[in-house]
Design a protein around this ligand. Structure first.
Ligand code: PEP
Length: 250
């Protein structure tokens, strides 16, 4: 079964009502490939999820949150619950992004707990994994990715609503994207590891996105990589070139 190509746009803590309206209107007006089995998901800051959802005219484009706390409600000041994310109109949540793992000190276990909770509450999860530069330089890429995956594998058996985003931390926001050969090789190793842990059938269906300095110019260069099932795009998702990235598979 072919895996549906997936392009996610992570706006991070950027944008205003006006700028997000403009991005959504540009997406509405874009002639996006509709017959190629493509999934497009935008992740504005939580404050703008509802507004983005209301403005989107293309039902093929879904909305994601950038984080969700692993409790349904309660005394957790400043946090956002999965049921609230659903209520605001989003279908997805990004979890385990390297910025949250490093700046907010989120552990593998906490990311896994959040993943299990988000899935139980009906959200799809874009689960980010990836190594730091020093880990890559010391040959630890797969050790790190497998460790991050293991935490989730311990808590989640059904991965049908998880999309993995392999995002080498050294490539995020740096302009230094992984080469298609390096990214393909890591994606293939990740899929083998998933097959060992979850079985061939599940592993063959899980989409593995590449993230890290994907832009309108380099997106096409990953087209020939059989284990790259789409992209998680940060900076470029705020720009008109996001549409070029979506169209890169045409
Ligand atoms: C990201 O933040 O998920 C990301 C991939 O960022 P960028 O595309 O800007 O490297």
């Amino acid at each position: 079964m072919a895996r549906k190509f997936f392009v996610g746009g992570n706006f991070k803590m950027n944008g205003s009502r006006a700028s997000i309206k403009k991005i959504v209107e540009d997406l509405n007006d874009a002639d996006l490939p509709s017959d190629v089995g493509m999934e497009v998901v935008i992740a504005p800051p939580a404050l703008y999820i509802h507004c983005a959802k209301e403005l989107l005219k293309n039902p093929e484009i879904k909305v994601s949150a950038q984080n969700a706390f692993p409790k349904p409600s309660g005394a957790y000041t400043g946090e956002i619950a999965a049921p609230q994310i659903k209520d605001a109109g989003a279908d997805w949540v990004i979890l385990g992004h390297s910025e949250r793992r490093t700046i907010n000190k989120e552990s593998d276990d906490f990311v896994a707990e959040k993943t299990a909770h988000a899935l139980e509450n009906g959200l799809g999860v874009i689960l980010c994994i990836g190594e730091l530069l020093e880990e890559r330089d010391t040959g630890m890429t797969l050790v790190v990715c497998n460790r991050q995956l293991d935490a989730v594998i311990d808590k989640v058996k059904d991965w049908s609503n998880i999309v993995i985003a392999y995002e080498p931390v050294w490539a995020i926001g740096t302009g230094l994207a992984a080469t298609p050969e390096d990214a393909q090789s890591t994606h293939s190793e990740i899929r083998h590891y998933l097959a060992e842990k979850l079985g061939e059938d599940q592993a063959s269906k899980i989409r593995i996105l590449y993230g890290g300095s994907v832009n309108g110019k380099n997106a096409k260069s990953f087209n020939a990589c059989p284990d790259i099932d789409g992209y998680l795009v940060g900076g470029a998702s705020l720009k008109p070139e996001f549409i070029e990235i979506i169209k890169s598979r045409e």
